[in-house]
Design a protein around this ligand. Structure first.
Ligand SMILES: *Cc1c(COP(=O)(O)O)cnc(C)c1O
Length: 414
């Protein structure tokens, strides 16, 4: 194990509440049928929070042997799950570049296939490896980016079965919704109807492939349409999934207040000098910027941070490494205070959806945009259980709660 960082909370960091991640997981499960199981989506660093820590926290949760699988987008992400000791199913949902079929097959990752070429290619990998390989088949019901077209099932269904031969095992069939987080679910229900029509025309197979469809929004708002599996992502990580059930906040982004200065009328802040003091003001400098993933668009969007329980505005442009805030209304602020840009601070909260709305984007982009310069600190309630820096996860040795994540011991740090 390489040297752990010694300065986790020196500058800026992300706190991830694993107990809240689990609470959201239970909420998602409870929206589904009694026997339904989850495929938590952990692509893109588990939406920025850390692939290893999140998948470790969801292993054998809530029951032994859960989850049914983990969902990723890239073969490299699946290989990291294997390195972390997960030997259950890993489903790679995005179409896989042809050069990666072999390594996916060798690592036992399950690929999702969208055309006959992919079926042929995987069958040939199975022949080379000398064993049957399972796959999932995607049906495109309106997303338009991957999947066999829902309309001509009779054209490709039998051909898939013929091409897969004895080499492949058609384990599951799925589709993906394009607007399930919109207020109006009419187009989602239409996609569901297309799906039902398509699967009714698939060749009969024994055993019948598992059918599953739901992202977070369809899990919560349509009970996953009664399917046996669902694959939520954003809701687990504290992002809203359309109208209805609110998630528990999981991630908090913090930064140190490193300077406090007094400004007079006419003084300006930041690149482009877009903010000018109207009179005597108190300005603070935070050690975080767009180089950490705080969008530059947050400032013109009216961004705020929490300092000592006060919501105060971001002023001037967000720069790469610094953000200036107006502390005039927070006279008790001191150098060394911790500011919260996203998440919980006592009774105050800035949700990731609020930040996304101010930046004209979605919570997904904010979370996945948090860069590796921010160490991730993992908490179970108030107890620090682990931390990650530069894609290496360490256990917080001082706390026996670290055993929750089953990580090897490391030296004490803070
Ligand atoms: C990302 C993804 C999901 C999860 O979607 P959320 O909106 O984050 O719940 C589910 N299925 C597929 C195929 C995905 O790519």
């Amino acid at each position: 194990m390489s040297n752990p960082p010694t300065t986790l909370r020196a500058r800026a960091w992300v706190e991830v509440r694993l107990d809240r991640l689990r609470a959201n997981t239970l909420t998602a499960l409870s929206a589904l049928g009694a026997d339904a199981r989850l495929v938590p989506m952990v692509k893109a660093e588990a939406y920025g929070l850390g692939l290893e820590a999140v998948s470790l926290a969801l292993r054998d949760f809530p029951r032994e042997g859960d989850p049914w699988a983990f969902g990723v987008a890239a073969v490299s992400e699946g290989l990291r799950l294997r390195d972390s000791g997960w030997d259950g199913r890993v489903i790679v949902f995005s179409p896989t570049p042809s050069g990666e079929y072999r390594s996916a097959g060798e690592a036992g990752l399950t690929l999702c296939l969208s055309d006959l070429n992919a079926v042929r290619r995987l069958a040939s990998v199975a022949r080379d490896l000398g064993h049957r390989i399972p796959f999932h088949l995607e049906i495109d019901t309106g997303m338009g980016r991957s999947g066999f077209p829902w309309r001509d099932v009779v054209l490709w269904g039998a051909e898939v079965v013929g091409t897969m031969g004895d080499q492949l095992f058609w384990e599951a069939t799925f589709t993906h919704f394009h607007s399930a987080d919109e207020p109006d679910l009419a187009s989602t229900d239409r996609q569901w109807e297309r799906w039902c029509e398509a699967v009714s025309r698939l060749p009969a197979l024994e055993p019948r492939p598992v059918e599953y469809v739901a992202n977070s929004a369809v899990t919560l708002r349509r009970g996953g349409y009664g399917c046996a599996l669902a694959r939520p992502g954003i809701f687990l990580y504290g992002g809203r999934a359309g109208a209805g059930t609110e998630p528990a906040t999981v991630a908090s982004v913090r930064a140190k207040l490193v300077l406090i200065r007094r400004a007079e009328a006419g003084d300006t802040v930041g690149y482009g000098a877009t903010w000018t003091a109207k009179g005597d003001e108190v300005w603070g400098t935070l050690a975080i910027g767009y180089g950490d993933g705080i969008p530059r668009a947050l400032s013109p969007g009216g961004g705020q941070v929490i300092v000592r329980g006060h919501r105060v505005p971001i002023i001037g442009r967000v720069s790469m490494d610094m953000i200036t805030i107006d502390l005039t209304t927070a006279p008790d602020a001191e150098e060394g205070d911790i500011a919260t840009l996203i998440g919980l601070d006592g009774a105050e909260e800035i949700t990731v959806d609020e930040v996304a709305a101010r930046c004209g984007t979605i919570s997904y982009e904010i979370l996945t945009g948090l860069t590796s310069r921010l160490p991730r600190v993992y908490l179970d309630g108030e107890l620090e259980v682990a931390f990650a820096s530069n894609n290496t996860i360490y256990r917080a040795a001082r706390n026996s709660g670290a055993l929750v994540l089953g990580l090897p011991e490391t030296d004490d740090i803070d």
